[in-house]
Design a protein around this ligand. Sequence first.
Ligand code: AMP
Ligand code: MG
Length: 653
Amino acid sequence: MTDKPPAARLAAQSASAAQEQFLTILSREDAMARFDAALFPRDVPHELRPLAAAQGLALARDIVAPIDVPPFDRANVDGFALRARDVADASDSAPLVLVLNGETIACGDEPRILVERGTATPIATGGPVPRGADAVVMIEHTQPASPDTINLRRAASPGQFISYAGSDIARGEVLLRAGTLIGSREIGMLAACGIAEAPVSRRPRVAILSTGDELVQPGARLAPAQIYDTNGAIVAAAVAENGGEPVFRGALPDDEAVLEAAMREALETCDMLILSGGTSKGAGDVSHRIVARLGKPGIIAHGVALKPGKPLCLAVCDGKPVVILPGFPTSAMFTFHDMIVPTLRRMAGLPPRADAKVVARLPVRVPSELGRTEFVMVALVEGENGLLAYPTGKGSGAITSFAQADGFLRIDALADHAPAGAALDVTLFTPHVRVPDLTIIGSHCTGLDLVTGPLARAGLNVRSIAVGSLGGLAAAKRGECDLAPIHLLDEASGVYNAPYLSDGLDLVEGWRRMQGIVHRVGDQRFAGLDAKGAVAAALRDEACLMVNRNQGAGTRILIDRLLAGARPDGYWNQPKSHSAVAAAVAQNRADWGMTIAPVAEAYGLAFLPLTEEHYDLVAPAARRNRPAVQAFLRSLASPESRAALLAAGFRPV
Ligand code: AMP
Ligand code: MG
């Protein structure tokens, strides 16, 4: 099979193994329980490591303190060791004279002379308190009276400025518990007790393999129809974050023989194998067939009621966990964190991860598929009455929804939606989430990044959530954002944006964006024509394919106006962004479309200007005085931002 090109392989496979279905779908809980039962209990291998090499590993057993820390009663200040009762009556009006003993105790000196009544011994911070003394006075509170006496003007209490033996760590107490992750603090505690080597759990070696004919490693060039291998990097990092030692084996084509050889080899040298991609039961998805013959007991679950993540495959092959994560990066992430991390941590000797959670309200209704546990990524926003959780999902293929999100919430398999206003637990991706100083919700524009750049550099945390103009307007009305960028043309008046405002909302003028028709440079069909002429020419030519925009986009309104009811081929191809239009034309999947000038330029396309669109910001009056809003407005008006906007092809107003 290996010598056949991928297309021939796919054809051969689809003839023999037409699309199978997931016949048994397990619930999330069921799948986890079965996976657990097949893997545990098991021994976690450990080893002794010098402290410096133990960092980041889990302690394999409880550590009991072998000595007292400090090992002796120790002076905490520079001064004099004495008997508290001798000086109980000392005061400014009745200073006392003490006779100095004939030794000075520095650090490391063992005292020899008994402190008798009426005497004191000079002692340095860290020195052992001599026999007979029960307090230390600070040198600042004494005056030399003669070469061998001092004056004391205040009383001392017993135990003053002494750290007693074992007061820090007592011999026999449990210093650190098994499962503790060893960091600088723990290393310090071990060192203080004189422990040079720590018993640690050996990190499980986790082989990671990406599968797919289309995958290229970051750093290499993308050929047409290829994508970068995202899962390889994500899974390797997430394995390291959870106590494993990632062993990344690269991306392999969907070739059964090649894959099987790589999987067998990985299992020989590693404790666990994680693949991604090729887990559907379609033609060309071969990994699960290989897993089924790698060892006993084999596949535990293939098809789990998760969304995203249904095609997850869990197997145990001769005692080693083998997992096939779904191909879409966000699906791979969720299933890894939810279903695989608990197993990995147990194998690494770590306790279950303590997830940080906050409660936040949903501003919108979120539909969910009945019968599947659904994960929804959310961005946190400070609303009028507490935290709000904004869904950031763009479908399971999107990676940016991850970058914008602070965490996720889970909708139970038994619910078909979560209602707007519901207060739900949000599991945070990192424990210390910082709610943004400035929240921008609405239509996205690359110009926005130019204006917010200086704010970010000044340490302000800016969050922009792209939900389109109408979504931004609604968020502004509900008081959920500081600014809502919109570009909405009012058909009746021909005026941009202002007609859409309601009470409590102001409009801040942003910038203008030139909308126009794009085509590939040198396409003779459009030679010498302006935007309107180009569209007319395209409509006369049946072979000329357009790319449209989604319903509700400002650009779509302009396109429909130009087409005046015509429906040329490509009309139903309706992507949601300026970039997608340019990519379709640049890659020859369409011949013309409408986008904004900076995007046309970025894609190297010819641009026929049509009309200037007003990209403005809706500002809820109640939030206008927030420092971050003021900082944004100052940046918007600054010569630096205006120059940057101009250079990027926008026209500031
Ligand atoms: P598959 O499960 O192999 O059919 O993959 C589902 C989707 O995820 C396809 O669009 C793949 O191109 C994509 N995909 C699979 N593996 C990766 C990967 N390692 N990195 C990024 N995308 C991937
Ligand atoms: Mg694939």
